[in-house]
Design a binder for this molecule. Structure first.
Ligand SMILES: Cc1ncc(COP(=O)(O)O)c(C=O)c1O
Length: 476
């Protein structure tokens, strides 16, 4: 039998976990001794001992006449501890911690934000959405039974089905489920078609949100190589299907994150046929489909789906608003099961944001808005691409994205993306290290840069990043 943990140590451990979780952020005041004693049913002495223990560890500090506060720590410490274990094994990296760190970096006011994929706020129709909120409130439209159907508001589903018809899909509004973003759509699809322990084929590299979803659903990933031109290798997928019990495939057919690749129509058709032959469902992520640089909206694999095995997911997070959290899924033959899961999960997506997006889509102006942002993102990406060419050292290889707004690049030989990430953070620059785009951390010599916030002002930050890469390339 192990020694029983003293009460004060257990309370200190629980409180420290809450501090690390951000319940009590750096600099915030933690509950007073008496308050903790009451709420946790502990003696004042036990709480005091716990606080002193945390004080000794540098987690909190006492301020005279004021109470206890969470101490400020030098940036990057938490990540350092998580990402570089004592034995110095660079393959052990926590994807969830690193990806959360990227989001946190994005909220640091003085950071150059090349890490997380955030949109340019100037390129979101925020003023129009705000006006719609006012209109709907005046019309008393929010005074509704918010327990709408689990599949979401009909009017919004009609808008989505109409648009999808425009790029070759033949599903009706009744074959759609509105979700809280594309993330929930993908997660519901995986829950519906897989069971814990199943094997899911994914592109490598892939968007780390997909990896997090697989992990949380206890699914195993099988990495299929993808290239910056055409995306997932279908030959490799075919081989995988022959040799492994693949239960589902997840693919970003249009402008993958991070590659920016575009699967040609012929390959989309082959992908659908291949999977139909094997009876394997495809979770297709088309979140960037509208942000194309070419002259036409690319197709989706779903448009060739005869057997109902394709579950098409998307959202309005990239082009209308990430904050409204409105996404959708056309789950094909899995509709009844997926709808049931959505019902069990949260009875349906929040109705108010659905009504706002619905009114925005039906009131016209979306197409014009899309034309504007496509042009702007194509320009930003192209400018950033050229700037990387000129300020990164020889040996850097850049993938030219065909849509979306991220750039995937290979660092010069010997430069590790996690080392670069840490050095960049010290210089207040955020990047996405290649590690987080594969469950086996394959792409350690790659980074992803977000081009959406590119402007003349960020040129200098990119030059500083290029200088760090140069320095690391020399020292390695
Ligand atoms: C490929 C991909 N899928 C899904 C998401 C998340 O979408 P949402 O915010 O709509 O949940 C992102 C966000 O970056 C993404 O890049």
């Amino acid at each position: 039998m192990g020694k029983k943990e003293p009460l004060y140590e257990r309370f200190a451990r629980e409180l420290e976990a809450q501090i690390q979780a951000g319940t009590f952020p750096e600099g915030s005041r933690i509950p007073a001794l008496r308050e903790s004693s009451t709420t946790h049913d502990l003696s004042l002495m036990t709480v005091l001992q716990a606080y002193r223990l945390l004080e000794t560890r540098g987690v909190i500090e006492a301020r005279p006449q004021s109470g206890y506060y969470v101490t400020f720590r030098p940036r990057g410490t938490a990540l350092e501890a998580e990402a570089s274990p004592a034995r110095g094994d660079p393959t052990i990296v926590s994807i969830d911690e690193l990806s959360m760190q990227l989001f946190r970096d994005n909220h640091e006011p003085d950071f150059a934000k090349f890490g997380a994929v955030s949109q340019d706020p100037e390129l979101l129709p925020t003023a129009r959405l705000n006006r719609i909120v006012g209109e709907l409130a005046r019309d008393n439209a929010f005074n509704i039974d918010t327990s709408d159907y689990p599949e979401g508001c009909e009017g919004l589903r009609v808008q989505v089905a109409r648009r999808a018809f425009g790029y070759g899909c033949r599903f009706g509004p009744d074959e759609l489920v509105i979700t809280a973003g594309c993330s929930e759509a993908m997660s519901l699809c995986l829950q519906t078609v897989c069971r814990p322990g199943d094997l899911v084929a994914i592109e490598s590299p892939t968007y780390f949100g997909i990896l997090l979803a697989l992990e949380s659903l206890h699914l195993n990933a099988l990495e299929i190589p993808a290239n910056p031109g055409t995306g997932m290798s279908l030959d490799a997928l075919e081989f995988a299907l022959e040799n492994h019990p693949v239960r589902a495939v997840v693919a970003m057919t249009n402008f993958s994150n991070p590659l920016g690749s575009l699967m040609p129509d012929e390959s989309k058709r082959r992908l659908v046929e291949l999977l139909a032959l094997k009876g394997v469902p495809l979770v297709e992520n088309d979140i960037y489909g509208e942000i194309y640089y070419g002259d036409r909206r690319p197709s989706v694999a779903k448009s060739w789906d005869e057997s109902g095995l394709v579950l098409l997911c998307s959202s309005f997070s990239k082009d209308i608003s990430p904050g409204y959290r409105i996404g959708w899924v056309a789950p094909g033959r899995f509709l009844p099961e997926l709808r049931k899961r959505k019902m069990a999960l949260n009875s349906g997506t929040s109705v108010i944001p659905q009504l706002v997006i619905e009114r925005y889509l039906e009131s016209g102006g979306y197409d014009q808005h899309l034309r504007k942002i496509r042009k702007a993102y194509a320009e930003k990406t192209s400018r950033m691409y050229r700037a990387i060419e000129s300020c990164f050292p020889a040996g850097t290889r850049i993938a030219r994205p065909l849509g979306g707004y991220v750039i995937w690049l290979r660092l010069p030989p010997g430069v590790d993306s996690l080392t670069l990430y840490r050095e960049a953070v010290k210089a207040r620059i955020s990047i996405a290290p290649g590690y987080i785009f594969s469950p086996s951390h394959k792409h350690r010599d790659y980074i992803r840069l977000n081009a959406a916030l590119w402007s003349e002002r960020t040129e200098n930050d990119l030059a500083r990043l290029g200088a760090i890469v140069k320095r690391l390339a020399k020292t390695d």
